[in-house]
Design a protein around this ligand. Structure first.
Ligand code: SF4
Length: 250
C-alpha cells in the first residue's frame, strides 16, 4: 500500500482504537462507582456501542481489502463509505495528535477515494460525466464571465479553462465552473451526472467528496503557484486521465 493511502487508513484505524479506549474508560468508571443508572441500561448502551464499532471496524477492513485486492467489492461499498465518512473528523484529530499536517491527511483521503472510485471500473458515456472547475483557475485579469456560461471563454491560453473547455467539447462532457460548494451542488442537482471529475484544493475536494455522497467523484488537486484562490493551475493530463478512467469511450 502506498504511503499516501497508508496515512489515511492508519489514522482511520487509530481513530477507531482511540474511540474504543474512551468507551472502555467510560465503562470502567461507570461500573466502579455507585451505579446511578441500571445495569440493564448500561448493557444496552454498551451493546449499541459495540455494534457501531463492529460496523465501523468492518468498514475500515473493507477499505483495506479493496485496496489490497485492487478491486471494488459492491457488497462492502456502503459499509466502507459509512466508516470513512463517520471517522473522518476523528482522523483529522488523530493527525493533529501525531503531528501530521491536515493537508497531508486530506490528500491521503482524496487518494483513497480516487482509488476506490477507480476500482469500481465505472464506464459512463462522456455526456454523463461532469468536469467541475474552481473559479480560481480563471486568469484573474480575464474579463469574461465564465461561471454563468463557460462558452464565454475565448480560449486565449492565459489559463487552463480554455484547454479544459475544448477537451470537454471534444468528449461531450458537461463542464462547469463553480465559485463554491453551493454552486457545485446546484450544478450536480441540475445536470444529474453519473460521475464527477472535480478540480480543487485539498480542503474543497475532501469536503466536496463527502457532500456529494454516493456519486463517484475523482478529485484532481490544483496547484497554487500564486497562493491560495488566485490564478491557480492544474495538470490537464491528470484531468484527461481521470475522465478516461470513467468514460465508456476512453
Ligand atoms: S482561457 Fe478563457 S477563461 Fe482563461 S483567460 Fe483566456 S478567455 Fe479567460
Amino acid at each position: 500500500m502506498e504511503t499516501k493511502k497508508r496515512i489515511y487508513i492508519g489514522l482511520l484505524s487509530a481513530s477507531l482504537a482511540f474511540a474504543v479506549v474512551i468507551i472502555g474508560l467510560v465503562w470502567y468508571l461507570t461500573s466502579n462507582r455507585d451505579i446511578i443508572i441500571s445495569q440493564i441500561l448500561l448493557l444496552v448502551i454498551m451493546t449499541l456501542a459495540a455494534v457501531i464499532f463492529i460496523i465501523l471496524g468492518a468498514g475500515i477492513t473493507a477499505i483495506v481489502v479493496m485496496i489490497i485486492r485492487s478491486r471494488d467489492m459492491p457488497s462492502l461499498e456502503n459499509i466502507a463509505q459509512l466508516a470513512s465518512e463517520t471517522l473522518f473528523p476523528l482522523t483529522l484529530f488523530m493527525g493533529k495528535i501525531f503531528g501530521i499536517k491536515k493537508e497531508k491527511i486530506l490528500r491521503s483521503y482524496i487518494e483513497v477515494n480516487n482509488y476506490l472510485v477507480r476500482s469500481k471500473q465505472l464506464l459512463f458515456p462522456g455526456n454523463r460525466i461532469m468536469i467541475l472547475l474552481p473559479h480560481c483557475l480563471q486568469n484573474s485579469e480575464c474579463p469574461f464571465k465564465i461561471t454563468m456560461d463557460i462558452n464565454n471563454c475565448k480560449e486565449c491560453g492565459k489559463c487552463k479553462i480554455g484547454e479544459l473547455k475544448k477537451f470537454a467539447e471534444e468528449n461531450q462532457a458537461i463542464i462547469k465552473v463553480a465559485t463554491g460548494g453551493t454552486l457545485a451542488r446546484k450544478f450536480i442537482k441540475e445536470y444529474r451526472p453519473n460521475g464527477v471529475i472535480a478540480i480543487a484544493c485539498e480542503r474543497d475536494l475532501s469536503s466536496g467528496i463527502q457532500d456529494i455522497g454516493v456519486l463517484p467523484v475523482i478529485g484532481v488537486l490544483n496547484s497554487r503557484p500564486n497562493g491560495p484562490c488566485i490564478n491557480t493551475d492544474v495538470d490537464v493530463d491528470l484531468v484527461k486521465e481521470a475522465f478516461y478512467t470513467m468514460c465508456k469511450g476512453g
